[in-house]
Design a binder for this molecule. Structure first.
Ligand code: NAG
Ligand code: NAG
Ligand code: NAG
Length: 221
C-alpha cells in the first residue's frame, strides 16, 4: 500500500444507508477510520484490546461513535477498524500500536477540523443541492489537496446522489496528498475492490453533478 486515507462520514447518510432506525445521529461529521489504500486484515493475530485505549474513550465516543449500532459500547466498530485497517497501517512507526493508531486518528480529526472548514466554506446541510465539483474545489482550496467524496447513488424515487463520506489522503509520512490522480477513473474498479465493504456497501465515488447533503432528521425527543 502507498497512502493513508482518513475517512469521515456524515451520520445522517450512514443511517440512511443502513436503513436502520438510528435515532438522533450526530449532526457533525464523525470518524470512520484511517485506512491503507490497498491492504486489509494484515495481522489476524493482533487482536483489539479495549483496555489499551481506555483514556481515549471520552473522545472516541464523541468523534468516532458507532452511528449504526448506537449501543453505549462502540467497541465493536473500533475492533473492526483496528483489525481490518489498523493492523495494516501499524507497519508505520507512528502508528505501531493500538494506542498510537487511535490517538493519531483523533489528532488528525482535530487538525483537519472538517466540520469548521465546511462551515467556513458555507457548505451546510441543505434541501438545495450542491455541485460535487464545487465541494471538492472548496475543500481543495483549504487543504491544498484534492479530497475524495463518496455518495449513495439515488434511490428509485430520488433525483440525486447523497453525500456520505469525505476522504483526505496522506503519504506514509502523514503529509496531505491528493486522493485523486489524473487517470483515476481508469483505476476505479481496482479501487472498488478495496472499498470498505462491510461498512459502506452502498457508497461510491460521487458522480460529477448535483448532490444532496441531507440535514439531520429533526430531533424527536
Ligand atoms: C502480528 O501481531 C502479533 C501480536 O501483536 C505480533 O506478535 C506479530 O509479530 C505480528 N506479526 C507480524 C507479521 O507483524
Ligand atoms: C464493551 O464490549 C466489550 C466486548 O465487546 C467488553 O470487553 C467491554 O467491557 C465493554 N465495555 C463496556 C463499557 O461495556
Ligand atoms: C494535486 O492535484 C492538482 C490538480 O487537481 C495539481 O494541480 C496538484 O499539483 C496536485 N498536488 C500534488 C501534491 O500532487
Amino acid at each position: 500500500w502507498k497512502k493513508l486515507i482518513m475517512v469521515h462520514h456524515w451520520p445522517p447518510t450512514v443511517c440512511k444507508e443502513a436503513e436502520n432506525d438510528c435515532s438522533n445521529p450526530p449532526d457533525y461529521w464523525t470518524i470512520h477510520g484511517l485506512w491503507a489504500d490497498k491492504a486489509e486484515d494484515c495481522n489476524r493475530s493482533w487482536h483489539f484490546n479495549l483496555e489499551e485505549i481506555k483514556d481515549l474513550l471520552p473522545e472516541m465516543k464523541m468523534y468516532w461513535p458507532d452511528v449504526i449500532h448506537r449501543s453505549p459500547n462502540c467497541s465493536h466498530f473500533w475492533k473492526h477498524e483496528w483489525e481490518k485497517h489498523g493492523t495494516c497501517v501499524a507497519q508505520l512507526a507512528t502508528l505501531s500500536s493500538e494506542k498510537k493508531y487511535f490517538s493519531k486518528i483523533l489528532d488528525l480529526y482535530k487538525q483537519l477540523d472538517l466540520n469548521s472548514v465546511l462551515q467556513k466554506l458555507g457548505i451546510k446541510p441543505s434541501l438545495n443541492y450542491y455541485q460535487i465539483a464545487d465541494i471538492k474545489d472548496a475543500l481543495a482550496s483549504i487543504y491544498g489537496v484534492m479530497p475524495k467524496v463518496q455518495c449513495l447513488p439515488p434511490e428509485k424515487n430520488e433525483d440525486v446522489q447523497t453525500i456520505g463520506q469525505i476522504e483526505l489522503c496522506f503519504t506514509k509520512d502523514l503529509v496531505l496528498e491528493n486522493c485523486t490522480h489524473p487517470g483515476f477513473p481508469a483505476s476505479l474498479k481496482q479501487k472498488a475492490r478495496w472499498a470498505d465493504e462491510a461498512d459502506s456497501a452502498g457508497l461510491e465515488v460521487c458522480a460529477d453533478g448535483p448532490a444532496f447533503y441531507p440535514p439531520p432528521p429533526r430531533e424527536t425527543r
